[in-house]
Design a protein around this ligand. Sequence first.
Ligand SMILES: Nc1ncnc2c1ncn2[C@@H]1O[C@H](COP(=O)(O)OP(=O)(O)O)[C@@H](O)[C@H]1O
Ligand SMILES: Cc1ncsc1CCOP(=O)(O)O
Ligand SMILES: [Mg+2]
Length: 273
Amino acid sequence: MERETGRGQKAWKLLTELRERSPLIQCITNFVSMDLMANTLLAAGASPAMLHSLQEIPDFTPHAHALCINVGTLSPDWLSSMKSAASLATQLGKPWVLDPVAVSASDFRMKACLELIELKPTVIRGNASEILALSNASMGPDKGVDSSHRSVDAVEAAKSLAQASSAIVAVSGAVDIITDGQQVVGVNNGVAMLQQITATGCAVTALIAAFVAVDSLHAFEATASALSIFGLAGEIGMDMARGPASLRMHLIDSLYGLDQATVFSRVNITNMS
Ligand SMILES: Nc1ncnc2c1ncn2[C@@H]1O[C@H](COP(=O)(O)OP(=O)(O)O)[C@@H](O)[C@H]1O
Ligand SMILES: Cc1ncsc1CCOP(=O)(O)O
Ligand SMILES: [Mg+2]
């Protein structure tokens, strides 16, 4: 399928706006991901804030430009905070993004994700196993955070989840799939070693929140752009890396240093619908 050159221009425009506007992104996320997520957002030009106390949400969430909710290390009190922040964001017309980490791990987690989806996320980003499970509201065989499915095998599940939830749905993998329930695009950027670094999925979900913060009216394009930019940073980082630990460092440096010529020539998004 043919790479669409206009997508690189759009991704660059959004990255430039992100760097100029530095949106404040509230992240209610798991303990594993906090560091990589905050550093990813900073490298891209956004301003991260990991605030999750229920008592702080009424004061703080109205000031955030977007919200990222991630159920990776879920507990009942955190779920109350997530629901409170998500419903406030929706009420205030602010975009928010859900990462249903390991949704099949337990009934508690599945129910929590389904309840969060009722609160109208702008985008849902998961790996293929998570999106397949969530789409059927059924517990899959995968109990952990990693996927055992290919993203291309979750296209129909993603479309039906998008139609049922009215959210943009993104499935990460070798090809990242993005759909609004009708149109589907594939992002061909990235390197397989990103899977060997914990919380890269969480980090790219937060980056989606930052991109959607600067163009909430075009969440589909913003989501595809964020996934492509993150994957591209991984590709460039991989040229200097010797394994997952050094890729983690070079990923952040590459995201920080991305320039127009590289984005224009290497963003690789194709139409799949
Ligand atoms: N085989 C692959 N080739 C290239 N990039 C990949 C591959 N698998 C995952 N990625 C990238 O790694 C990042 C994390 O995705 P993924 O591993 O699917 O999420 P999660 O950590 O939530 O399971 C995404 O940017 C995705 O595009
Ligand atoms: C290992 C782990 N355990 C609970 S959350 C988490 C991080 C998962 O991150 P990602 O989904 O980005 O791989
Ligand atoms: Mg994940």
